[in-house]
Design a binder for this molecule. Structure first.
Ligand code: BGP
Length: 495
């Protein structure tokens, strides 16, 4: 069993974790720039300053909990802290070398994100920053040399901080207009160079982390509902612009964080809980890819007194300009139960739920599930009947580099082997239309969840530690050669 000839094999990255050059080339600060490093057991912090009093401090940024920045203060970069996004793994100065390595592996596609504040430093500027636009021109030209098709996320866990200060981030409908201008600007500039875009990375993270997902400080149910609505409308407008102003040459997809939700037992109460838990994710797919607000969500809004600031035209837009394709991240599965005695949780991400006894986990508690891609692909295709694209999958590991520069990451090769086989089965046995696969963090980069460097995902090792010390030298891991062989054989040779 093979993959289709035109299957888009590649890797994925994000500016906030990979690009660096945070204050170079006219770029403005964004939300990720005010986030410090953390550790497996230590949350990342958001640092703040009160512009009136000059007082500074920090708050923990914990997945699923509110961000308690004091009244009058705002997220800011403060001296004396380490901020991993500032240098990241320095794609800004290494892009030629890195894209050459991708070319060597045989990549057909490269998922990256444009740093919004590099194009519009405050988010609401009248004119774009030419130096920022030029940087990505060079990146896309480099991709072209190796026949690599870029897949570009417009907003990956970063919003220009200016938009947080002035408007409270995505809570304000005005952001729809700023995003429209941003999308139109880059669609036009890179026409002929970039065909595939995604609007918001893991848009459903609005549910648990409105600061990272939308530059918001208000974590109330009302605010999250409004922030998500505004991003849906902005995404539909991006689709409309792509279709109507660029002759359909550009395709705009949705990006969802998705992992199949399992019930821990066959107790119907567990089955029901798994179904209801999956709604928290599927709601985002239903609106952006399905084109409609699902009844279970409208009921929830009604019961909780949530009222959207919306217009009838919003719903027309959502219906007529739903996403062209649905992309998603999937690292493993989640398991849930009503049987409190087994609830303990594992790892740093509560959305993984309870420990599944059939699966092994990495040091961060993330479960490796050999069937998750086939299950996810079937579930999502059954529901939406649109082309799919796996844009994140992979395994974080504290890799060890040997003296000669080699890294023996057989655990990553095992992970890839089973995950690639799982999507191959979905294509060949179930007929799911899958456009491509981009393995997460193809060149080592900073972890979004913990801000650590040691949680590595790449085929290429980058010499840098958790505090940014190191030569930034790149070296090929064993998985580099494995992935190269897989791509060269169209996914047939997985040995
Ligand atoms: C996804 C994000 C990525 C990436 C990945 C791995 O949720 O879209 O930005 O970081 O998860 O997570 P982590 O970096 O926390 O290991």
């Amino acid at each position: 069993m093979k993959f289709p000839k035109d299957f888009l094999w590649g890797g994925a990255t994000a500016a906030n974790q990979y690009e660096g050059g945070w204050n170079e080339g006219g770029k403005g600060p964004n939300t990720s720039d005010a986030m410090t490093n953390g550790a497996h057991t230590e949350p990342r912090k958001v640092t703040w300053r009160n512009p009136e009093t000059g007082e500074t401090g920090y708050v923990d940024q914990v997945f699923g909990s509110p961000l308690n920045i004091p009244e009058g203060a705002r997220p800011e970069v403060i001296d004396g802290y380490y901020y991993p996004s500032h240098k990241a793994t320095d794609f800004y100065h290494h892009f030629k070398e890195d894209i050459a390595l991708m070319g060597e592996m045989g990549f057909k596609t490269f998922r990256m994100s444009i740093n919004w504040a590099r194009i519009f430093p405050n988010g609401d500027d009248e004119a774009p920053n030419e130096e920022g636009l030029k940087f990505y021109d060079e990146v896309f030209d480099e991709c072209k040399k190796y026949g690599i098709e870029p897949l570009v996320t417009l907003s990956h866990y970063e919003t220009p901080l200016g938009l947080t200060y002035k408007y409270g981030g995505w809570l304000d409908r005005k952001l729809i207009g700023f995003f429209e201008t941003y999308a139109r600007t880059v669609f036009k500039r890179y026409l002929g160079k970039v065909k595939y875009y995604l609007t918001f990375n893991e848009i459903n993270m609005m549910e648990w982390n409105p600061y990272m997902a939308g530059g918001m400080l208000d974590y109330s149910l009302q605010a999250k509902a409004q922030g998500a609505h505004n991003q849906f409308v902005a995404s539909a407008k991006a689709v409309k612009i792509a279709h109507e102003e660029f002759n359909g040459e550009i395709k705009v997809g949705q990006m969802l964080a998705y992992q199949p939700m399992y019930a821990y037992t066959c107790d119907p109460a567990d089955q029901l809980q798994a179904l209801l838990a999956s709604h928290a994710t599927l709601f985002y797919g239903d609106v952006q890819t399905g084109g409609y607000y699902p009844d279970y969500r409208l009921k929830f809004y009604e019961e909780n007194g949530i009222k959207l600031n919306d217009t009838p035209e919003d719903y027309e837009l959502l219906k007529n300009y739903s996403a062209d394709f649905l992309s998603f991240s999937c690292y493993g599965s989640s398991t849930t139960t009503t049987h409190k005695d087994v609830i303990g949780g594992d790892g740093n991400l509560s959305f993984m739920g309870v420990k599944n006894p059939y699966l092994s986990t990495n040091a961060w508690g993330w479960a490796t599930d050999p069937q998750c891609l086939r299950i996810a692909l079937n579930q999502l295709y059954d529901r939406y009947r649109k082309p799919l694209w796996i844009v994140e999958n992979g395994i974080g590991w504290a890799d060890i580099k040997e003296e000669d520069g080699s890294v023996h990451d057989d655990y990553r090769i095992d992970y890839l082997r089973s995950n690639i086989a799982s999507m191959r089965d979905a294509i060949n046995l179930d007929g799911v239309p899958l456009m491509g696969y981009t393995m997460w963090g193809c060149i080592d980069l900073v972890s979004a969840g913990t801000g650590e460097m040691k949680k590595r995902y790449g085929f290429v090792y980058v010499d840098m530690d958790d505090l940014g010390n190191g030569t930034l030298q790149r070296s090929r891991k064993d998985s580099f050669y494995y992935y190269k062989k897989v791509i060269a054989s169209d996914g047939e040779d997985l040995d």
